[in-house]
Design a protein around this ligand. Structure first.
Ligand SMILES: NC(=O)c1ccc[n+]([C@@H]2O[C@H](COP(=O)([O-])OP(=O)(O)OC[C@H]3O[C@@H](n4cnc5c(N)ncnc54)[C@H](OP(=O)(O)O)[C@@H]3O)[C@@H](O)[C@H]2O)c1
Length: 126
């Protein structure tokens, strides 16, 4: 199951994955910063009828300027996408994974997590 905002890019990737690996691919066009979309993805991740075996928290973006020169609303979006969203998706996935006794969660990180700035977390900016 692939989730991101750009449906055309997701459709292209899913066609490639189907052709190359012969797997089923489900596409969810969602802006994880939009609470309605995010809740939809959380529900899908927590759906044990169609279990997600490995959750990959990868969505992210970089902010190129120093903290004080970035727009503060961009900094807040950065914090939400790199911290709140993976926490919520992890919570949604972990409940069903723990109940069935298996599953994996992979958080894509960054060496930038070791650099002091606004969003100081694994995966936060580069
Ligand atoms: N590139 C680097 O040098 C680097 C270094 C360290 C860590 N990282 C981290 O690695 C991860 C992937 O980076 P990348 O370089 O592969 O970036 P990328 O090619 O831009 O991929 C980022 C992905 O996140 C999705 N995304 C962004 N905003 C989203 C949103 N609001 N809702 C849903 N999906 C969203 C994008 O799809 P849509 O645009 O279609 O939504 C895209 O699929 C990020 O977490 C990043 O912080 C990257």
């Amino acid at each position: 199951m692939l989730a991101a905002r750009d449906r055309d890019a997701l459709d292209t990737l899913s066609a490639r994955l189907r052709a190359t690996h012969g797997v089923e691919v489900e596409v969810v066009a969602a802006d994880l910063l939009d609470p309605r979309h995010r809740v939809e993805v959380e529900s899908r991740v927590a759906d044990d009828e169609r279990p997600i075996e490995i959750l990959v928290n990868n969505a992210g973006f970089g902010l190129s300027l120093a903290f004080e020169r970035n727009d503060i609303d961009d900094e807040v979006r950065h914090l939400q996408l790199h911290v709140e969203v993976p926490m919520r998706l992890t919570h949604a996935a972990l409940g069903v994974m723990a109940a069935r006794g298996h599953g994996r969660i992979l958080n894509v990180a960054s060496v930038a997590a070791f650099i002091p700035r606004s969003t100081a977390r694994a995966g936060g900016g580069w």
